[in-house]
Ligand binder design. Structure first.
Ligand code: SUG
Length: 447
């Protein structure tokens, strides 16, 4: 039976702004409080989806969440009418208002961890929504994410959904951004690699000095248990704390994998040699390809600003070789571009590189790979996916028109204080649910 990797990209929401909310994410800090361009951002994201579909890949869409998230502001003690809540929060706690306005759910690599049916104990595809509890503005995403995934993968025969792990920093879980999978094909059993940044219940002999390590070992283990993965087909590996301090707040900033290929920075892991041995042992007789980029070729600082590794490594239909879909920032960085030219001459599975413009997202630390959640599906599973969420020419045109009708050209931090922005955003989302036939999906539609 045929099997596919389907990329579900986050549609960038109407309140996309630069809040400077993610400590440890260098792009978010350097662009804090600058003007954002939501309309351009959403068009860039949508154009990436169109391009990947045109290349012959299966492409899905995940919807933006309700922002501003008034229920959270209410829980934090802001009362009165919706407008009064916005006005009070703007005066008393602008950082909380910005958090509840963040369009951060666009980075769907953090939405959930997904294990394909070939790996799980019951032969279903398992989803665990990520609690994202290291950053307040992201910790409010998982309930809606879970409901959205259930609406899309809504067939108990094929799909099983788990709620986000319990709260508390012990179980910090950032979803697929710290999860890789190696398999000869999307429908074949594979080895799943969970990358973590720290231990929560034991002392860390290697710890970060400046920036938070978001993913805990204990969270990764819990997800592997929920997904009923076989112990002999799971690897846990610690990210190098030094690389988190250099700005790689998720593993997908320093490595990317697909099928039998693992493209990584040489400093990405604490014990690279052991990791590679363990992966190869569990993978079996067929060869895994490790492509390592040396610090002398691409220093860490360049890897982080160019997002060389936050690319999508894809196998296009009918091709054996792989293609790397990179952010244009990688072409603009001299060292990175030189490396990429060399890479294409080498004897590795990666034979082609392409570039996409997602600059608006990049300025908040989200590259092409952050914007997509990978879901490996068999033909039968793909047929069971809610078809409204698969990109078609019609949906592409409808979404572009919807963006044009509702999105602002620019948003400044001061704009968040104006209740008119809230009204515009909720109106846009209301129309979006109609487009996806979702009924009353958002909280504001139900209250
Ligand atoms: O969690 N940025 C996101 C970027 C997530 C990137 N995802 C992956 N690497 N998979 C984050 O730090 C910034 C929001 C702001 O500052 O306005 C933000 O949330």
């Amino acid at each position: 039976m045929n099997s596919y990797e389907v990329n579900f990209d986050g549609l960038i929401g109407p309140t996309h702004n630069y809040g400077g909310l993610s400590f440890g994410n260098i792009a978010s800090a350097s662009n804090a409080l600058k003007l954002s361009e939501p309309q351009r951002a959403a068009r860039q994201g949508l154009e990436k989806m169109r391009y990947l579909r045109e290349l012959g890949l299966q492409q899905g869409v995940l919807l933006p969440q309700q922002r501003p998230h008034l229920p959270t502001l209410r829980k934090l003690g802001f009362g009165g009418s919706d407008s009064a809540i916005i006005e009070k929060a703007a005066k008393q706690a602008p950082e909380l208002l910005a958090s509840c306005y963040s369009a951060s759910c666009m980075w769907t690599a953090n939405a959930a961890t997904v294990s394909p049916s070939a790996d799980t104990g019951d032969g279903r595809v398992h989803f665990t929504a990520a609690n994202l509890n290291s950053m307040f503005h992201r910790s409010i995403e998982h309930q809606t994410t879970g409901r959205l995934l259930q609406a899309i993968f809504n067939d108990r025969q094929y799909f099983d959904h788990h709620q986000a792990l319990p709260g508390g920093s012990h179980f910090g879980d950032e979803g697929a951004a710290n999860h890789n999978r190696f398999a000869p094909d999307y429908g074949a059993a594979g080895v799943e690699l969970f990358v973590f940044g720290r231990y929560a219940f034991r002392e860390n002999s290697a710890a970060t000095a400046h920036f938070p390590a978001r993913q805990s070992y204990e969270a990764s283990r819990a997800v592997s248990r929920l997904h009923r993965l076989q112990a002999a087909k799971v690897v846990f590996a610690q990210q190098n704390p030094g690389i988190i301090d250099a700005g790689a707040f998720h593993n997908d900033v320093v490595s990317v994998s697909n099928l039998n290929t693992f493209f990584m920075h040489e400093e990405a892991f604490l014990d690279k040699a052991q990791l590679q041995q363990q992966l190869q042992r569990q993978y079996g007789d067929e060869k895994l390809h490790f492509i390592e980029v040396k610090t002398s070729q691409v220093p860490l600082a360049d890897a982080v600003t160019s997002y060389l590794f936050n690319s999508q490594l894809v196998r296009l239909p009918g091709e054996d070789a792989m293609t790397l879909i990179l952010p244009v920032e990688s072409r603009e960085n001299e060292k990175v571009y030189r490396y990429l030219r060399q890479l294409q001459q080498q004897d590795t599975p990666i034979k082609r590189v392409e570039f996409v413009d997602v600059r608006q997202s990049m300025k908040n630390g989200g590259g092409p790979a952050c914007l997509r959640l990978r879901v490996a599906l068999t033909e039968a599973e793909l047929n069971a996916v809610n078809p409204r969420f698969m990109l078609t020419d019609t949906l592409f045109a409808d979404l572009n028109q919807w963006i044009d009708r509702h999105y602002r050209d620019r948003i400044s931090p001061a704009d968040l204080a104006d209740p008119v922005l809230m009204e515009e955003s909720l109106r846009a989302l209301d129309e979006l649910t109609a487009l996806f036939n979702l009924g009353s999906f958002y909280e504001f539609q139900r209250s």
